[in-house]
Write a protein that binds this ligand. Structure first.
Ligand code: AMP
Ligand code: ZN
Length: 470
């Protein structure tokens, strides 16, 4: 499709025309969940908007490869390298092993994704699968002089970079966003912003999962996993890296630092960040312990599609405040929308020109920095469009490849009813044929009349019996 894509790029702080490294191909990386608890609907806001971005890129013709990690080690309760590993805290909370917790919450995450029509990325890689790759990357960083050993941990030396703050601005207040629960300062660090690449047994001795390394038995820091996993699967050049805004600092800032130091060149061109889902008390967060999940919404009677539509109605770069009232309004709107869609029949033949015209309109709207609410407006425009129903159905089906609001479910009931009717008529036709064979013409006529009374007309043709609704 000949449409241009514009995206806000956190790196340049501007809306830019999107140009992938290789024409027609997009390499995309998404920071996956830390699987020590259920994903809350705030996390899922990020994954919904990233899903729309991926599907939109496919819609306009890109060949997308999307990779996601699963954080099952190394993400400490503070993003600033202090506190306990979140996975260990989860395991203690539930009196299970870290691997049990990881498996349970990874499955739960993908189940939520399924309910919300979030496509599974092409590659999903748990951090604990890639320890050798992390060690190799850290070794290169040490050899190149970008890393140092102190107190038996390996640290990245941020003073070695010309512009450590290339992604985030050097505004202390903004930077604090990412540093949650930062309780103690790590005195091994040469610079305040240095971060851990590898922890050894000298620190957090109670860590459950540990591996051998040239620097002692230990475990990787959180940031190294995303650099390493993305380079492993997507190569040295990446087009789009996604995540929530809380990941800008320190996580993504550190990813850029170590990836570019390791590769020796620029790594990722576009950084796509989703703003937070907030409640009245502030950002919805797992560590606060009180949060809303998809299952909870379902228990309260909401179709997960209602939450997806709630997210699509607002722009991904704006904070979104969650309220039950807001969700109720969307639930009503979704129900009405599905009723209107149900009324769109299959009549007519698809007008390819009109279908294409709406596809382009939709692509231009969403391609304007993911204006999903405009995408929804176009959905409503289709229902009012001056074209036949078959064309409307084709447009709705096509744009729902991106919005994924399960619009086709509106026609499923009808299809079910159609299938039932066909089965009934075919059975009657078979009975009539049997009656004729037995020369029971009275019964054969009776069947024909019975069908006619139900508005079904049967005709004997050379090709056999055909039927139609009259
Ligand atoms: P985590 O499981 O904590 O590693 O987070 C998974 C993803 O959810 C990351 O991309 C976070 O930036 C994002 N995230 C965390 N909290 C929120 C929130 N309240 N609203 C939107 N995204 C969030
Ligand atoms: Zn990450």
């Amino acid at each position: 499709m000949e449409t241009k894509t514009y995206l806000y790029n956190t790196l340049t702080k501007k809306i830019e025309e999107f140009q992938p490294n290789e024409p027609g191909k997009v390499n995309m990386y998404t920071c996956g969940p830390t699987v020590y608890h259920f994903a809350h609907i705030g996390n899922l806001r990020s994954y919904i908007m990233e899903d729309v971005l991926e599907k939109y890129l496919r819609f306009v013709g890109y060949d997308v490869t999307r990779v996601m990690n699963i954080t099952d080690v190394g993400h400490l309760s503070s993003d600033g390298d202090t506190g306990e590993d979140k996975m260990l805290a989860g395991a203690k909370r539930e009196k299970k092993t870290v691997m049990d917790i990881a498996k349970f919450y990874t499955d739960a995450f993908f189940e939520d994704c399924r309910k919300l029509q979030i496509k599974r990325p092409d590659v999903v890689e748990p951090a604990t699968n890639c320890i050798d790759e992390f060690i190799e990357m850290i070794q290169v960083l040490l050899e190149k002089g970008y890393a140092y050993i102190a107190g038996e941990n390996v640290y990245f030396d941020t003073a070695k970079l010309d512009d450590y703050y290339v992604l985030s601005s050097q505004n202390e207040e903004e930077l604090q966003v990412g540093v949650r629960d930062d309780v103690e300062e790590d005195t091994n660090k040469k610079n305040k912003t240095d971060f851990v690449l590898w922890f050894t047994k000298s620190k957090f001795d109670n860590q459950e999962l540990k591996w051998d390394s040239p620097w002692g038995v230990g475990y990787p820091g959180w940031h190294i996993e995303c650099s390493s996993i993305s380079i492993k699967h997507l190569g040295e050049y990446m087009d789009i890296h996604c995540g929530g805004v809380d990941n800008i600092f320190p996580h993504h800032t550190n990813e850029i630092a170590q990836s570019e130091a390791y590769l020796g060149h620029k790594w990722c061109n576009y950084w796509f960040h989703i703003n937070h889902l907030n409640t009245k008390g502030g950002k919805m967060s797992k560590s606060k312990g009180e949060f809303l999940t998809v299952s909870l919404l379902e228990e309260k009677g909401y179709n997960p599609m209602v939450y997806r539509m709630f997210c699509l109605q607002s722009h991904y770069r704006k904070p979104l405040e969650f309220s039950w009232e807001g969700l109720d309004n969307v639930a009503t709107a979704y129900e009405k929308l599905m009723k209107r869609i149900k009324a769109v029949t299959e009549e007519g033949t698809v007008d390819e020109a009109v279908l294409q015209e709406y596809k382009v309109k939709f692509a231009e709207a969403v391609g304007n920095d993911m204006n999903t609410s405009m995408g929804l407006t176009i959905l409503y425009d289709v229902l009012k469009a001056d074209t036949n129903d078959a064309t409307k159905r084709a447009i709705l089906t096509s744009i729902d490849e991106v919005l994924s609001l399960e619009l086709d479910k509106a026609w499923e009931e009808e299809k079910g009813a159609d299938a039932e009717l066909t089965a009934y008529v075919e059975q009657m036709i078979a009975e009539r044929a049997a009656a004729k064979k037995e020369k029971n013409f009275a019964r054969a006529d009776e069947i024909r009349d019975e069908l006619k009374a139900k508005g079904i007309l049967i005709k004997d043709t050379r090709e056999g019996v055909v039927w139609e609704l009259c």
